[in-house]
Design a protein. Structure first.
Length: 182
């Protein structure tokens, strides 16, 4: 028996690779001199799957070993526990192959809304990844997979504790106009 839907919510979803071969960030330094920094040449990594409700600090994330349909299914299985039974979520995501696999079982409380091809700039979660990597995960050496997961988890928790940060990163004007029509 299906429950009556009392509210529609908009979330944006994406994945980010966090690993030993990380991305360095920009820092201020003296002209003509190379700034100090650590760069790892190893290849272990993990992926953060996250869904963020634009214009709010509501977010959900899982850290998994791979970005594939199995990981996406694990995310889709865990995410509905964060929404009320009488709510429905429009989940905006990119067109990665594992987002639309035939074996993917999407819960009835979620509708997947794919973005147009080649438009990552429309997904506000991309800005969350840039902030997370620059502030908490760059210029670090991580020994193994467990260290990567621990660093990603600690970075995500610090981001979530920073009240208003997710709101400021995800409040695209066009998204706020769309949300106001719900």
């Amino acid at each position: 028996m299906r429950t009556k839907i009392s509210g529609l919510r908009l979330f944006c979803q994406d994945e980010a690779r966090i690993g030993q071969k990380g991305r360095t960030c920009h820092i201020w330094w003296k002209r003509g001199e190379r700034p100090p920094g650590l760069v790892d040449q190893r290849y272990a990594n993990a992926y953060i799957y996250a869904a963020v409700e634009p214009g709010t600090d509501n977010a959900f994330a899982l850290i998994l070993a791979e970005a594939n349909s199995i990981g996406m299914q694990a995310f889709l299985d865990a995410f509905p526990s964060t929404i009320a039974p009488d709510e429905h979520v429009a989940l905006v995501l990119d067109r990665a192959g594992w987002h639309s696999g035939k074996s993917l079982r999407v819960p009835t409380s979620i509708t997947l809304v794919p973005l147009p091809p080649y438009t990552p700039e429309l997904n506000p979660v991309e800005r969350v990844w840039l902030y997370l990597k620059q502030r908490f995960l760059s210029l670090r050496l991580l020994n193994d997979y467990q260290a990567i997961v621990a660093a990603a988890s600690k970075g995500w928790k610090r981001l979530r504790r920073d009240t208003g940060r997710l709101t400021s990163l995800t409040s695209y004007p066009w998204i706020m106009r769309v949300k106001s029509q719900f």
